[in-house]
Write a protein that binds this ligand. Structure first.
Ligand code: HEM
Length: 512
């Protein structure tokens, strides 16, 4: 219990130790009375006193060792030129405080040390930047040595050709290949039709049911991607793929401890399973010679293709697409349903937009690019949902050499947490920042404001942004035109470190 009560600053620990000593010398010694109450009264007064003194000495020793460790850890990282901040415990740093206090940890540290401070979170010495100007600079300047700094478990499981693992010309090459798969032309000519077909089926028979919208949106994000990537419909292949993929995702968010039973080990095994499924699929494609209209066929195209990829690159590219679009799209869709439920006026406006589109079409007509373009309010709802729910708290970079940032000297190999969450609640950028107000996004200039990082920025700005918006818009189209819903109630929703409903978000659905 005492450990939980200790704040990480060594000063506070000293004060606490002093308080213990002082109260031990003063008279009513509640601890001694407590020991007696527990049966120590059976000992002589002298023996009890001796036991008490030993316990106090042990406590004191623990206090001294702990404060020495804290001090040592501070001194270890006290290099000239580093930003101010605290480093917490050796090895663990301030991870517990960060995860427990959530965004308040960042806000408190900013209040004490300013918008750029040092810490030790998630296993690494880290510079946290909450300064929008510096954040933009970091995202724009990968070439100056500010490369992606994602955890080792993520890189191991997503593969060495994964886009987050490659830099410089290799990144340009992989990104180019990916952009050609999710371009406007691809969305118009290929992907939108596939997404439409998928959503109609996925949202087919929800009438008169209680569903877990978190689960449904997760399945939606993964299965819709599988259909776009390799034309895989819901069936045995996708059903065997899904649990492996969920294990892979969990593995990327775990500590890289390769022991039986750990999420990391399970994630790594899941990767192996997924790789062999994809390899088999590639081989089948090669031997069949049948033409397919999907991402895999584009990735495998030979000849004139500028981005001719090896099989292992194709596989990691597919895992990248699945992984990057999974949690972002599913969580934004779930939270949009949540906010629409809580804001009937917004739902009414959104439904008006979608019913108008349906009125122009027969029931079988799919959503086309012009329909998508006309969904201005829907796009605003998606942006406002991503802002208020803060699906992405920030992005990670690391330094490849010692460098100066805003007058501070950042050592080589330090991680930089480009923490963009707080800018989402900046009252200058978003008046009444805590209210869900999609209308603010109808002024298109807001989307391109230089301090908005909902889809990242600079050289690694999200290439799947328009595809993600198209998927969520199509989902919302069929959802609001087909159904009404109410929350069953009682479900918990967490906003940090990930937006999630630990036991699901259950809604009762009826036809519109
Ligand atoms: C609402 C949906 C989405 C949000 C909020 C979102 C957000 C982001 C953010 C913040 C980044 C920057 C990461 C960084 O700088 O390290 C990013 C990168 C990326 N996103 Fe998205 N994303 C979304 C949907 C998608 C989809 C559907 C795809 C599928 C193609 C995708 C693929 C990627 C990839 C491949 C990168 C890495 C780009 C690079 O390293 O060059 N995203 N996304």
């Amino acid at each position: 219990m005492v450990w939980l009560m200790w704040p990480s600053s060594s000063k506070v620990v000293y004060k606490y130790a002093y308080f213990c000593l002082a109260s031990a010398q003063a008279k009513p010694i509640p601890s001694i009375q407590l020991f007696w109450g527990l049966g120590l009264g059976a000992f002589s007064w002298k023996a009890s006193m001796a036991i008490f003194v030993v316990i106090m000495m042990v406590l004191l020793l623990v206090l001294c060792i702990s404060s020495a460790l804290l001090k040592w850890n501070e001194l270890r990282y006290r290099k000239k030129g580093l930003p101010p901040g605290t480093m917490g415990w050796p090895v663990f740093g301030e991870t517990t405080e960060f995860l427990k206090q959530g965004p308040n940890f960042m806000k408190n540290q900013r209040a004490r040390y300013g918008s750029i401070f040092k810490s030790h979170i998630l296993g690494c010495p880290t510079i946290v930047s909450m300064d929008p100007e510096l954040n933009r600079y970091i995202l724009m300047n990968e070439a100056k040595g500010l490369v992606p700094g994602y955890p080792q478990s993520m890189l191991d499981i997503l593969g060495k050709c994964n886009i987050a693992a490659v830099q410089g010309s290799a990144h340009k090459y992989m990104r180019g290949a990916l952009l050609s798969l999710v371009s406007h032309t691809m969305i118009r000519e290929q992907l939108l039709g596939t997404i439409d077909e998928f959503m109609r089926t996925h949202l087919g028979n929800w009438d008169n049911q209680i569903i877990d919208i978190q689960l449904k949106t997760k399945e939606m994000a993964l299965l819709s991607s599988l259909k776009q990537i390799a034309g895989i419909d819901s069936g045995p292949l996708s059903q065997s793929f899904m649990p492996e993929f969920f294990k892979l995702v969990l593995g990327t968010l775990s500590l890289p401890i390769d022991l039986p039973g750990t999420n990391y080990r399970r994630g790594f095994q899941a990767r192996k399973g997924i790789v062999s499924m994809l390899r088999k699929l590639i081989e089948e494609r090669r031997s069949s010679k049948e033409f397919h209209h999907d991402m895999l066929s584009c990735l495998m195209k030979n000849g004139e293709n500028r981005h001719k990829l090896k099989d292992e690159e194709i596989i990691d590219q597919i895992i990248t697409i699945l992984y990057s679009g999974y949690e972002t799209v599913s969580t934004t869709s779930m939270m949009a349903v949540k906010y629409l439920h809580d804001h009937p006026r917004v739902l009414e406006e959104l439904r008006k937009e979608h019913l108008a589109i349906r009125q122009r079409k027969s029931p079988e007509d799919p959503i086309g690019l012009s329909d998508l373009k006309s969904m201005r309010f829907t796009r605003a709802v998606i942006y406002e949902t991503s802002r208020l729910a803060t699906v992405v708290n920030g992005v990670l970079r690391k330094t490849t050499k010692e460098m100066q940032l805003n007058g501070f000297v950042i050592p080589k190999g330090w991680r930089i947490y480009v923490y963009t969450r707080e800018i989402n609640y900046d009252p200058y950028l978003y008046p009444e920042p805590l209210s869900f107000n999609p209308w603010r996004w109808l002024d298109k200039s807001l989307e391109s404001h230089s301090n908005i990082f909902i889809f990242g920025g600079g050289t690694r700005q999200c290439p799947g942004k328009e595809l993600g918006i198209a998927e969520i818009s199509t989902f919302l189209h069929y959802f609001v035109t087909r159904y009404r819903w109410e929350e069953v109630g009682g479900d918990t929703l967490l906003k940090f470190p990930r937006v999630e409903a630990p036991n699901g978000l259950h809604i009762r659905i009826s036809s519109h």
